[in-house]
Design a protein. Sequence first.
Lengths: 179, 401
Amino acid sequence: MQSLTNRSRVVSKKTMNFWERIYLPAIFGGMWITIKHFFKKKATLRYPEETREFSKVYRGLHVLKRDENGAERCTACGLCAVACPAEAITMVAAERKKDEKGLYREEKYAAIYEINMLRCIFCGLCEEACPKEAIFLTDRITPSNFERENFIYGKDKLVEKIDQRIDVSGRQKHITEKK
Amino acid sequence: MSQSLEKIAKESISGELTTLNLGPTHPATHGIFQNILKMDGEKIHSAEQTIGYIHRAFEKLAERRPFNQITPITDRLNYCSSPINNMGWHMTMEKLLRIELPKRVEYMRVIIMELARIADHLVCNAVIGVDTGALTGFTYMFQEREHIYDMFEEVCGARLTTNIGRIGGFERDFNPIFHQKLKKFLKEFPARFQEFADLLERNRIFMDRTNKCGPISAQRALDYGFTGPNLRAAGVDYDVRVMNPYSSYQDFDFTIPVGTNGDTYDRFMVRQQEILESLKIIEQACNNLPEGDYKADVPEFYLPPKDKVYHNMEALIYHFKIVMGETKVPVGEVYHCVEGGNGELGYYLISDGGRTPYRLHFRRPCFIYYQAYPEMIKGSLLSDAILTMSSMNVIAGELDA
Ligand code: SF4
Ligand code: SF4
């Protein structure tokens, strides 16, 4: 076979020399390597008692953020649902009443907002699409469950609790307001 | 039954050939493949392969997705090296849109792609070890693979199905933690990898087991359309990175490891050496990483910065248009290929100017390798067939798309 480039080099040598043929050196060498590994640090963690450190931008379970006054930021524009390649997001929009100003930041809000976690592939495109910095992926993992219905996360599970804010500043590309 | 078949049947112990279903969910095949084998005792008389067990209609799906939403689909082709698939797709789009990338982006891509190649080859070679009965090396190499995934996680936020990069660049710049992890990896990996090499490369048991196992000649390999490590193992030094340099591969100095007769040992050795070549490329890219932006200046396709989106009407309109896939793309046909983890991964895209591809075909190397599989295992033992399969690095996700 003629060479296509002048950069190739043959790397496999199939003939064995004497030491390789008697095969014992390789066996003892191999054992020596494995024995050394007995004394190495363990590579595994005892999950769930121990957890590993996630990167700041890890793409896990979503959160719907509130603004600094505790009002929901989402305005039900539907852009996240359009951006979602897995078609996991559904929502129903509603108009804000006069006395609900403290609850929702914009005049339109999502009355129902559901993500089907069985469909979701955690691609992060919804977060990127959101123009209202409302939805973010976090470094939490979606817990397992026995029932399919329980994987449809509504606003009760997605919107952050007022007293338990979830910090996403590590992944925000721009932060408009102080915490 | 033909004459020869009858003859064999008479000579075999039970008086007939046994039909064996190897797969679809056989514990020894990694992935969902079915092979219907006609066995003469332990020897394979003939084989028939089937495909489609995890066919997810990616090409059809892609026809209904805006261009940026196709990236997550490509993740799921060869999931051992998703970043290469992602970037191959971005480059295809950039070719269609005629986007010029800054040098920095290309170098960053090279770093990520070569890391992915190392991860891919590590899995494959470690699994060859497993199939020959050497599980230990596998456990060592998977620890190293985790370090590579840690780096991906710093850049894109995911480990396996990365969805890394965007059309026109990256979603974010490499952060200091990434650089730190990469430095650590470049420092520590070669020694660990050498251990793995010492365990297997010149070990007589392994060599006797893999030599002359599932060979294919260069001519036959070319006839089938083999590419990547499997073709190089047969002695043809074809590498897309050298023949058709993309993403500035022409700037890097590396050699192409080739084998001699395309058997399992050759494939193993070619991958082993390619890992070292990839390390060389990464080092060069790191040392010469140019300053600049991590994305090209293409406001029509790359999402505007978030602060503009929040406060500026024009940016918000662009943002909506891009997310909804409403930007104009040229009408045209492009083919772009990259050197994937296991061969030439090509994207053939026809655009009719709409918001989705008119047609997108993935040229998946596994699909081609799998066609040669019966020919390669004919006459060999069942255990050799398993080994041949894993050494060809056929990945079900990519095979079936
Ligand atoms: S989460 Fe963001 S993108 Fe989705 S509907 Fe609410 S505001 Fe729009
Ligand atoms: S992470 Fe991706 S798949 Fe999941 S809801 Fe968001 S856009 Fe959809």
